[in-house]
Design a protein around this ligand. Sequence first.
Ligand code: TYD
Length: 205
Amino acid sequence: MQNNKKGLFITFEGIDGCGKTTQINLVNNYLKSKNFNTILTLEPGGSDIGKNLRQILLHHEGFVDDMCELLLYLADRAQHTASVILENINKGNIVLCDRYIDSTVAYQGYARGFDIEKINFLNEIATKGYKPDITFLFDTDTDTAQKRIGNVKDRLEKENINFHNKVRNGYLELAKNNKRIKVINSNQTIEEIFDEVKKYIDEIL
Ligand code: TYD
């Protein structure tokens, strides 16, 4: 395990509607059944301050500048990493986090168009350089994902299909160059997807 930390840090990524929330809950139940101490958390919104930032990021009505959006996600990450993630890992817990650094690369980098190197630098600052031990990328086509989202959409989900395709392709590009990221074909049943995830979890435990 990296950085001599005691716990484990597992992140879940993918486009909106990819089914990651179902899988994170299944992983949580699986680990609890094996008597591991887990904490389930998310970005944006996993810390006290983050709850307010999530409200702004997902539900603010009216103009939001792209740079403002980017920096709010990073502010959320800094507070969350410092007050929730590192603390729990240092206690020896397994932290399961719904979205983390790769979301910013995919959404604000590949989809909004910010320079990826700059995002990597900002992520480095916000996380103090700390990285997940393993990341699951739930990959599904954007049509299937849109159907799963349904009609009630938040600010990001309301972006057009072109945006979501850029996010998806960005994630896949990121996974190509990063062994930490495991791509899971999410056009399968919930059980089939979980079987794949479980194999990696068993390996890392
Ligand atoms: P999510 O919690 O997955 O949405 P939901 O609760 O509807 O499942 O994610 C919130 C949104 O924020 C999602 O559209 C992706 C976006 N996001 C970014 O654009 N950049 C980021 O760095 C993060 C963490 C999320």
